[in-house]
Write a protein that binds this ligand. Structure first.
Ligand SMILES: NC(=O)c1ccc[n+]([C@@H]2O[C@H](COP(=O)([O-])OP(=O)(O)OC[C@H]3O[C@@H](n4cnc5c(N)ncnc54)[C@H](OP(=O)(O)O)[C@@H]3O)[C@@H](O)[C@H]2O)c1
Length: 315
């Protein structure tokens, strides 16, 4: 029987727990595809799962990672619309086909096995056939988690319009993907970072309009207000969580949207927890949690990425 290489977390808390196995290559059932994984992208979530700081349940011996781009290696006999060789991606949650993501029980690389293996069988209706483009498999894989999250953030609730403004926290994957798509949408962009070198890079290479170093400007919301002439921004990409949300709300325009995506600065003592309800009320803003993105949202992001040539990026 033909075998493949599969990685599994046999023990988490140390990278030594990531072990390589030889396992059989499965076959596609009638309504399934066998996908050959060509590229896997790493997210902060994968690091958090490895070091046990991820706040949601994880399956024992899980195959890590949720983002992959691959090609169809076998098509089930009742599947229509796919051929061997088609390039495909999958949304993070295989149960979230459209509309709001309604839970995390089907998230790849968490409660179910993920993408760090050579082959995987998937229900055909969960796969997205990628549009023709010059993107590499690496570029498509890098778009999956950040791209679906960004599309949910910008287009599922209060669609980002040309001329609006967006604040992006840090120069990680979510933030830079959102920057690239916000620029493509005609928005004015402001990005923060702990590093002047990274800010220089983002300005020179990704065309961000304004930069703020959040270490040298710990009161970075005041900088946002100064840059926007006291108006605040229409959208905030909130990556820090409890440690940054107060300043995010102080940065947003009256009636704007703070999209709560990350928990990079969530380690805040109980007595220092911000009163988010009161801060939001004072600003008349929307504080909206983001649970990745559905298959439909990722599909729309891939179409946009192919037609505009935008690609996900990391510094
Ligand atoms: N809700 C969802 O659906 C969803 C989806 C994807 C990711 N996430 C979460 O979103 C967060 C970002 O993910 P990622 O993949 O972009 O992570 P990443 O690529 O590892 O981003 C790390 C960067 O974040 C920045 N950062 C860290 N602490 C910060 C702070 N206090 N203020 C501002 N920036 C800070 C730093 O930028 P500088 O080096 O420039 O300072 C750091 O380099 C993570 O918490 C992740 O779990 C959530």
């Amino acid at each position: 029987m033909a075998t493949q290489t599969v990685f599994r977390w046999t023990k988490r808390g140390s990278y030594d727990g990531l072990q390589e196995f030889k396992e059989p290559i499965p076959s596609a059932g009638s309504y399934e595809l066998l996908v050959k994984v060509r590229s896997v992208s790493l997210n902060y979530r994968d690091v958090a799962i490895a070091n046990m700081t991820y706040p949601y349940p994880i399956k024992d011996d899980v195959v890590p990672c949720c983002d992959m781009a691959g090609e169809v290696a076998q098509v089930g006999d009742h599947v229509e619309g796919f051929s061997v060789g088609d390039a495909v991606v999958l949304a993070t949650s295989t149960a979230a086909l459209y509309g709001p993501v309604k839970g995390l029980l089907h998230s790849l690389g968490g409660p179910v096995d993920g993408t760090l293996r050579e082959y995987m069988v998937v229900p055909a209706h969960t796969a997205i056939k990628l549009p023709k483009s010059s993107h590499s498999f690496d570029q498509w894989a890098a778009l999956v988690g950040t791209g679906s999250t960004m599309w949910n953030t910008f287009y599922a609730y209060a669609p980002l319009k040309p001329g609006q403004s967006v604040l992006l926290q840090g120069t990680g994957g979510v933030s830079l993907t959102a920057l690239i798509f916000a620029k493509a949408a005609g928005a004015t962009t402001i990005i923060t970072s702990s590093s002047d070198d990274k800010l220089e890079y983002v300005k020179a290479n990704l065309g961000v309009d304004y930069t703020i170093n959040y270490k040298t400007h710990p009161d970075w919301a005041a900088e946002v207000q100064r840059i926007t002439n006291g108006e605040g921004v229409d959208h905030v990409i909130e990556n820090g969580g409890a440690g940054t949300i107060k300043q995010s709300i102080a940065s947003v325009a009256y009636g704007g949207v703070v999209s709560v995506i990350g928990f990079l600065a969530a380690n805040v003592p109980q007595d220092k927890m911000p009163d988010v309800a009161m801060e939001a009320l004072n600003k008349g803003c929307v504080v909206r949690g983001i649970l990745a993105g559905s298959k439909q949202q990722l599909e729309e992001a891939t179409r946009h990425s192919a037609s505009t040539g935008t690609r996900s990026s990391r510094v």
